[in-house]
Design a protein around this ligand. Sequence first.
Ligand code: SF4
Ligand code: SF4
Length: 404
Amino acid sequence: MPEFRTWNLDQFKDWIDMCLHCGACYARGPIVPHNWRELPPHEYAAPHKKCPPFEYFKFKNHSPQGRQILASLIFNNRYEIDEEVIRSFYSCTSCAMCNDICIPYQPLYTVLAMRQEIVEKGLEIPSRLKKITDNIQSSGNIFGRKKHPKTLENFSLPETGEDIFYSGCYATYLQPETALASVKILKSAGIDIAHLGDKEGCCGEMLKQSGNMKLFKKTAVENVEKLKQAGAKRVIISCAHGYSTFKNDYTNPHVVGVLPFEVIHITEMIASLLKQGRIRFSKNLNQTVTYHDPCFLGRQGGVYAQPREILAAVPGLTLKEMGRYGKWSYCCGAGGKVTLNAFPEMAKETAKERLLEARAVADTLVTSCPTCLAHLKKTAETEGIDIEIVDLSMLVATAMELSD
Ligand code: SF4
Ligand code: SF4
């Protein structure tokens, strides 16, 4: 198996013709990785719909296989990158469903390689992604906000320590209640938690997603250095995107490599604290909930069990799974924030489908990513879908009856 995460475009060129054109990554029906006979049923019972942009556009250029064909033509100098090619490669939500289906190939990494090629050739990327790149460079966050909100001010957290909470752009600026809940839980469990405050910068995920690998690497190196200087031994992250970026991308030998600290998602931390008896619930929630696996925590992070262990431990809570859950969970549509910005209508339609799926089994949808949370909440509001949407950390803080 080639190393597809190297972002070495020359290496990609050697592997670009590997696609078998089997169609398993996007075709309708409950199929099937190539080795399905060797797997238990849940492992190969892929859902009817697989690739959100293909489902929205219903055109093969927006499927994993279609992008493989385009990439092969382009890397073999038989086709030029044009506007439609750029649209095809930026409509991928990075949900990684195709990576779980395709055994000989990892289609998502071809998308990222092609975005890198587009940026390196100086071609126009979708304008809202360009704006986000400018924002990160000028303000250190994706929103271009000049002032850091005082979200965690009440806790007077130190800026140095062995356990550092990394809040990230979405939790800091858009969904501060997720950051607040996480810090309350950690403190009540006796963790001496620190936070970089104004020194915390964007993880750079959007730079990678946009194809700007040079800026991404620079951002990654700076962030790791800041956390190292602050004494971090563990970095605890409540954002699924930040978690995947630190854990999967920073550790790439072409980016930073081995990190001088451990990277932990808040759900892994809460599940571990529960096992140690350091988290106690005092309130019965008496609710039926369903759980949406964020793509960057589930398929891209392998964290499926811990959120469900936490939900099982909360008094009065019943978990009802949607038809598509765990490794076959459908994307919320935010798409690593790329599709949310470049194809907002597609992002909305995908979220709507996921919300209706959740609404069919429960009154409350729980997730563990501030990006999924914000996008699903906004879509439920604009589309009039009556369902409560909460982050798992907020649910845990409520069951623990934690106040400021
Ligand atoms: S990308 Fe993989 S799953 Fe999709 S058509 Fe090609 S070989 Fe088959
Ligand atoms: S990562 Fe998801 S959206 Fe992108 S090509 Fe694969 S299945 Fe489609």
